[in-house]
Design a protein around this ligand. Structure first.
Ligand SMILES: Nc1ncnc2c1ncn2[C@@H]1O[C@H](COP(=O)(O)OP(=O)(O)OP(=O)(O)O)[C@@H](O)[C@H]1O
Ligand SMILES: [Mg+2]
Length: 490
């Protein structure tokens, strides 16, 4: 990920009340938010919040109801004025800007998506999406062409002339998203944007946001009270409590190294090896070689990337055909064999949603990396031992005792694993040749070279290189009292 800082908060504090300096002095004396409220009837919205958000990152803010998530998000475009502190966007302190400068920043750099859609019900989709451009005085033709592009980017092409009242909740939120995107802002602020949607639509919207993010690379600050959503979407997550940020980290860090008992309660009961999936630990499958290429191309790619084997795919859709070892490639070059003949077609493969606890025994058995492949056979990523070992170490620390009905996945037979329905076509390799330094690790260079399909077309769907991809999880949110309720608690 690009590590340019897009947005930075320095000591942001927000006090709701008549005498903020008094509250700030009480905070300095160490009084808590509730003590201050009892004493002064003023509310600490935010207390000394500091963090940086990087360009192209999805940064999730989560915490219990009232912890200050919306206040924080709204401070970022000064819909709420911070009481103290600085907010830098591209290095410019927006807290110092006058009304006009602020308006310009809001129009050009920031888009906002609200939970309740905030659409104009009697206008068409097109006029809703174009609304922000309209109030900026942008001529009709230009604003419509921008709005149409945004509508298309959220999958609503064809609905331009529908009325908002004719749309489902999911469609309305797409309109909200399109409106925020219409001006092509660098930063998207999303406050519980998907919380009003029913679970399946919500999950689709999350997937689409990730796909959109891959295409457009916005910096997204996403407020959620839902751990599942935060783990799925966030490159990093900030956990808030009583107006303070108690921890910032990647989903893995939040799960594996909770900073305090508040964070632990959020992630309590989550067995990481069950929460994390194949998709969450896979790496970018690069380089790849097209089945239409010759062995010379494959050898060159392996040489350039310092690897000893390479995945062979077909077409732009990266349909996985097999794995080619360097020894077999050299042999093929001598004998004039095609890649299809030289490769090993039965490389082990798993579905993206296979839980890590089922991935672990497979990777232990296999001397190849595991290919992560979707239903249509597209190679999504690869899993190498190193990544899984990290996760294994963590699950060892977990201290979680196994219940009698939970059989150790290592002890499961392959039939049992197959019957879990998520594992297909695994056959232990008959022939294994590892040459070179990256023994046991295949085709996972961290260099983002783009992958060609043999005809010069790039096949690259933007899986993060190097770092594990985003985690997916299915866990309830625990309340402060640890009652295990789903959804928001106070
Ligand atoms: N306009 C306001 N006036 C007074 N207090 C406010 C105002 N807005 C927010 N607060 C208080 O600031 C704190 C943070 O509220 P905020 O709305 O940011 O919480 P949140 O984390 O977004 O909660 P939720 O998950 O319920 O949306 C709360 O204690 C809230 O009561
Ligand atoms: Mg809120």
């Amino acid at each position: 990920m690009d590590k340019n800082i897009k947005l930075e908060l320095r000591n942001i504090t927000k006090i709701f009340g008549k005498n903020p300096p008094k509250v700030i002095s009480l905070l300095n004396e160490g009084l808590s938010k509730s003590e201050i409220f009892k004493k002064t009837k003023q509310t600490v919205g935010l207390n000394n919040v500091n963090f940086k958000v990087y360009d192209g990152e999805i940064f999730v803010i989560m915490g219990l109801s009232g912890s200050g998530k919306s206040t924080l998000l709204r401070c970022l475009n000064r819909l709420i004025e911070p009481t103290a502190g600085k907010i830098l966007i591209d290095g410019q302190d927006i807290t110092q800007m006058n009304a006009k400068e602020l308006r310009d920043i809001r129009r050009t750099k920031i888009g906002m998506v609200f939970q309740n859609f905030a659409l104009l019900p009697h206008r068409t989709v097109l006029d809703n999406v174009a609304y922000g451009l309209e109030i900026q005085g942008i001529p009709k033709e230009k604003r419509y062409s921008k709005a149409l592009a945004a509508i298309e980017s959220v999958g609503l092409k064809g609905y331009e002339h529908s009325k908002i009242t004719q749309l489902s909740g999911g469609m309305k939120q797409r309109v909200g998203l399109a409106r925020a995107l219409a001006n092509n802002p660098d930063i998207l602020l999303m406050d519980e944007a998907f919380s009003a949607l029913d679970p399946l639509i919500r999950s689709d919207m999350q997937d689409e946001l990730l796909a959109l993010e891959d295409r457009v690379q916005k910096t997204i600050i996403f407020v959620s009270h839902d751990l599942d959503e935060a783990l799925k979407l966030g490159d990093r997550i900030a956990l808030m409590k009583d107006g303070e940020v108690v921890q910032i980290g990647t989903p893995e860090e939040i799960l594996t190294e909770p900073a305090d008992s508040y964070v632990s309660k959020f992630v309590e009961g989550v067995d990481r090896s069950k929460v994390l999936t194949a998709e969450s630990v896979m790496k970018r499958p690069e380089p790849l070689v097209s089945i239409n290429s010759g062995p010379r191309v494959a050898i060159q790619l392996m040489k350039n990337h310092g690897i000893s084997s390479i995945y062979v795919v077909e077409g732009k859709n990266r349909h996985l055909k097999g794995i080619l070892m360097i020894g077999d490639a050299l042999e093929a070059l001598k004998t004039g064999k095609s890649l299809e003949v030289a490769m090993f077609p039965d490389s082990p493969r798993v579905a993206p949603d296979l839980p890590l606890n089922e991935v672990i025994p497979l990777i232990a058995e296999s001397q190849y990396p595991l290919a992560v492949v979707n239903d249509s056979g597209k190679l999504l990523g690869i899993i190498v031992r190193g990544t899984v070992l990290g996760a294994l170490a963590v699950s060892g620390e977990n201290g979680r005792t196994e219940t009698p009905e939970e059989k150790n996945p290592e002890e499961k037979t392959s039939e049992e694993r197959k019957s879990a329905g998520k594992f297909f076509e695994y056959k232990p390799p008959e022939k294994i040749v590892f040459i070179g330094k990256n023994k046991g690790e295949v085709g996972h260079s961290s260099e983002d070279s783009g992958v060609t399909d043999g005809k010069g077309d790039i096949i690259n769907d933007g899986i993060d290189s190097g770092a594990p991809a985003k985690a997916t999880a299915k866990v309830p949110l625990r309340s402060d009292s640890g009652s295990g309720q789903e959804a928001k608690t106070c």
